[in-house]
Design a protein around this ligand. Structure first.
Ligand code: KIV
Length: 269
């Protein structure tokens, strides 16, 4: 299995790092079979698996439950588990306990948390101090949508650009081993990626980050909403209903099951 040193080397060698989200046993297994470097059990699971409008309702127990399933399907892949909204905001003791559960109970290899404010920097330091690797996440952080007034690209003014660049330097200093950059202009992601020693993973952050991440259902075309930065590589929104409709039709027409799908007593074979 790859580890945090592998990702550092990949950046040094300019080998792109591939991260894909997964949420359960089958998606974990399929992502592992696709030779992906890192699986992220993202809190996007609230939207793509649980049907919530945003990520804010996802609980620590949801992430634990889903990470355990992903681990059963992906025994050999480095797994990052998302820390959900308010699981690292209240105090450092809760933060450390919650992060530790994602490692000891859920069997993740690292945790991810959003933001670069002073209290988020303290949270990163506290978790790293527990020997737990941390992925930071800056830019359009979905847990901040109420503060941002929606899903809005961040870092477009010079002031915000400088703020995100400064936060990126701070998360590295706090001990994060990787940084996800979401929904920011390409030039900012490029400057951060060239400035930092730790690898950057982009989503809607252009072409120059050290790796890319996309949501499993978006890649497969099985999503209610596709952002500009998504490229789909399959059309499951079409193929899955087609297959299910075909099954229903064959049942109704008496075409399924056939003899080949049926058990018989030995003497009849
Ligand atoms: O929850 C998630 O899937 C994420 C990625 C979009 C980076 O945080």
């Amino acid at each position: 299995m790859l580890n945090i040193n592998s990702f550092k080397k990949m950046k040094q060698n300019r080998d792109k790092i591939v991260m894909i989200t997964a949420y359960d046993y089958p998606s974990g297994h399929l992502v592992e079979r696709s030779n992906t470097d890192i699986i992220l059990v993202g809190d996007s699971l609230g939207m793509v698996v649980l049907g919530y409008k945003n990520t804010l309702e996802v609980t620590l127990n949801d992430i634990i439950h889903h990470t355990k399933a992903v681990r059963r399907g992906a025994l050999d892949t480095f797994i990052v588990a998302d820390m959900p909204f308010m699981s690292y905001h209240l105090n450092l003791n809760d933060t450390k306990l919650n992060a530790s559960k994602l490692i000891t109970e859920a069997k993740a290899n690292a945790v991810k948390l959003e933001g670069g404010s002073d209290s988020r920097i303290e949270a990163i330091k506290a978790i790293v101090d527990c020997e737990i690797p941390v992925v930071a996440h800056l830019g359009l952080t979905p847990q901040s949508i109420n503060k941002f007034g929606g899903y809005k690209v961040q870092g477009k003014t010079q002031e915000k650009y400088n703020e995100i660049l400064a936060e990126a330097i701070k998360v590295q200093q706090a001990g994060a081993f990787m940084l996800v950059l979401e929904g920011i202009p390409e030039a900012l992601a490029k400057e951060i990626s060239e400035t930092l020693k730790i690898p950057t993973i982009g989503i809607g952050a252009g072409r120059y980050t050290d790796g890319q991440v996309l949501v499993y259902h978006d890649i497969l075309g099985n999503s209610d909403y596709l952002a500009k930065f998504v490229k789909t590589y399959a059309d499951l929104d079409k193929e899955i209903p087609q297959a299910l409709t075909e099954f229903a039709k064959e049942v109704r027409e008496g075409l399924f099951p056939q003899a080949e799908h049926t058990y018989f007593p030995i003497e009849e074979i």
